[in-house]
Design a protein around this ligand. Structure first.
Ligand code: BGO
Length: 269
């Protein structure tokens, strides 16, 4: 069985894609302990492929139930591959989540949905460039028009089987150094699949992730010293610094790979 997780922003077309892939082979329940809807199904063209539709989210921070459900599932259940559905007509805004999903150490495919809208608008996206910049396979689809969807699953299965994960080291050197420092302090972190994501969350002082490690006093104080120094150097808190770094990354990637047809701008907000 290959287990695919569908993740993406609200309104990116996730439900449309999920319904198209699973047809009537789907069951709806709740995630354990919460009233967030859980949708699971089997790919109608290959019963060996199961699909879990995660709630629509903008980030993997710990602030909404949907975000917590999604990240707990991804970190604890570890699907074989994540398909990240991106509204390609609003690519810059959507890629913010992609930067986080790609740090989980799980094979990852970017599905550029709404390509019919992109084409109609006369926008151009350099798929090869995007794929190179993000270090993952990128597949163009239109869930509404059922275009590219079989190819997407074909690619996702291939990526799942090769177990290929993203290239790392994409932030400025001082951030990368801080993450490496955190990995040295926190026992067992280096061996985690999601080590990069978890190191970033620790730098952001994410309580839920910190609890997981049960650090002793010495480790706690070394971690605190590292984070405080990093925050002082940037005159901001860890979360703010990482948010800015992600936006900068997404802006650069969008500038390099997206040309707007009508407006000449890089977003359609
Ligand atoms: C409405 N192309 C186009 N053009 N539209 C798409 C595509 C695509 O590839 N994929 C999805 N949509 P959801 P989440 C709607 O519902 O799957 C559309 O939140 C409308 N509804 O049809 O719900 C899809 O699960 C009235 O649009 O997204 C839907 O991720 C007028 O994108 C919307 C116009 O898709 C969100 C659109 C009453």
């Amino acid at each position: 069985m290959i287990r695919i997780a569908l993740a993406g922003n609200p309104n990116s077309g996730k439900s449309t894609l999920f319904n198209l892939l699973t047809g009537s082979n789907q069951y709806v329940g709740n995630w354990p302990g919460v009233t967030v809807e859980k949708k699971e199904g089997v790919y109608k063209k290959d019963k060996e492929v199961s699909i879990t539709d995660l709630p629509g989210i903008y980030s993997l921070s710990p602030y909404t139930l949907e975000e917590v459900v999604s990240r707990d599932y991804l970190i604890n259940e570890v699907p074989d591959v994540i398909i990240d559905i991106v509204d390609a007509a609003n690519i810059e805004r959507n890629l913010y989540l992609s930067t986080q999903l790609s740090e989980l150490g799980i094979p990852f495919v970017l599905a550029l949905n709404m390509m019919d809208v992109v084409r109609k608008n006369g926008d151009k996206i350099d798929i090869g460039g995007l794929s190179k910049d993000l270090g993952c396979q990128v597949v163009e689809i239109s869930a509404l028009k059922n275009q590219g969807v079989d190819e997407l699953i074909h690619v996702a299965k291939k990526v799942a089987l090769t177990k290929k994960v993203q290239a790392e080291e994409k932030y400025p050197k001082d951030i990368e150094d801080a993450l490496a420092g955190i990995e040295e302090i926190v026992p067992g972190l280096k061996e985690e699949k999601a080590r990069r994501f978890l190191a970033i969350k620790l730098l952001e002082r994410d309580e839920k992730v910190l609890e997981k490690y049960n650090l002793n006093q010495d480790q706690k104080s070394r971690l605190e010293t590292l984070i405080s120094k990093f925050e002082e150097d940037h005159d901001d808190d860890g979360e703010g610094i990482m948010t800015d770094a992600r936006y900068q990354l997404v802006t650069d990637v969008t500038k390099r790979n997206v040309r707007k047809g009508r407006t000449g701008e890089t977003t359609t907000d």
